[in-house]
Design a protein around this ligand. Structure first.
Ligand code: PMT
Length: 214
């Protein structure tokens, strides 16, 4: 299969010095790319600003902002059968970018923000019979919010993680996730390395794809 994966944070610049972003390191998304490639899939990895090396055999596209990530997803999605949206996309960006460093004296302590587009929702019309998998990063029991996102974004399944749980979420080498499906079924994956979690997610995608293909 050809699998498109987004990973890492996006970075929303205010001026050449400052930006809004989040704690994503790209580890989970890069593990997905590595796992998919190891299982013989063709992988395109759209990466926000992270310091990780590209997994062997994976095609990497680097972007910085949410708008650039959206452009890259729209460009590459048509050539893929699966889209895994693991990136932590910034929901907001500064309304105005200053090409020169903002001076403290000229700032009043408020930053005007505008909403970034939701990438999964924006590309939903391109879904056809592609498989879309999302993630939900929640603080606390993730099920209710993750189920809302699963339905709202029209996903085939969602990977829910409580990013406050020990060993889970941002920057860790391990994760603990629950897979939630549109028919209400759920699967709890125990704490494991991000590569093991990624391999399990890719195998669920393979199972779904073989059922769909029959
Ligand atoms: O990168 P690591 O340090 O390894 O951390 C891993 C992780 C915590 C980032 C990862 O496991 C994870 O949970 N990724 C999703 C983070 C996120 O943004 O979740 P969300 O609940 O805000 O978004 C829900 C879904 O919509 C996600 O699939 C997201 O990629 C997508 N989204 C969100 C906002 C937006 N503007 N467009 C989107 O497509």
């Amino acid at each position: 299969m050809r699998i498109l994966i987004t990973a890492g944070p996006t970075r929303e610049p205010l001026d050449p010095v400052r930006f809004i972003s989040n704690r994503s390191t790209g580890k989970m998304g890069f593990a997905l790319a590595q796992a998919a490639q190891a299982r013989g899939h063709e992988v395109t990895l759209i990466a926000g600003p992270v310091t990780l090396p590209t997994p062997d055999g994976v095609t990497r596209v680097d972007i910085e902002t949410a708008l650039q990530m959206l452009d890259a997803v729209e460009c590459h999605l048509p050539a893929h059968e699966v889209y895994i949206s693991c990136a932590a996309v910034a929901d907001w960006r500064p309304a105005v970018y200053s090409p020169t460093k903002l001076k403290k004296a000229g700032m009043d302590g408020t930053i005007q923000l505008v909403r970034n587009p939701d990438i999964l929702k924006t590309v939903r019309p391109l879904k056809d019979n592609k498989l879309f998998v999302g993630f939900a990063a929640e603080t606390g029991v993730p099920d209710a919010e993750a189920t809302r996102k699963l339905n709202e974004k029209g996903l085939d399944f969602i990977v829910a993680n409580d990013v406050t749980a020990p060993g889970a979420g941002f920057a860790t080498d391990t994760n603990r996730v629950t897979l939630l499906y549109p028919n209400g079924t759920r699967e709890d994956l125990p704490l494991a390395s991000k590569l093991e979690i990624a391999t399990a997610i890719i195998s669920r995608i393979e199972q779904l794809r073989s059922v769909t293909d029959c």
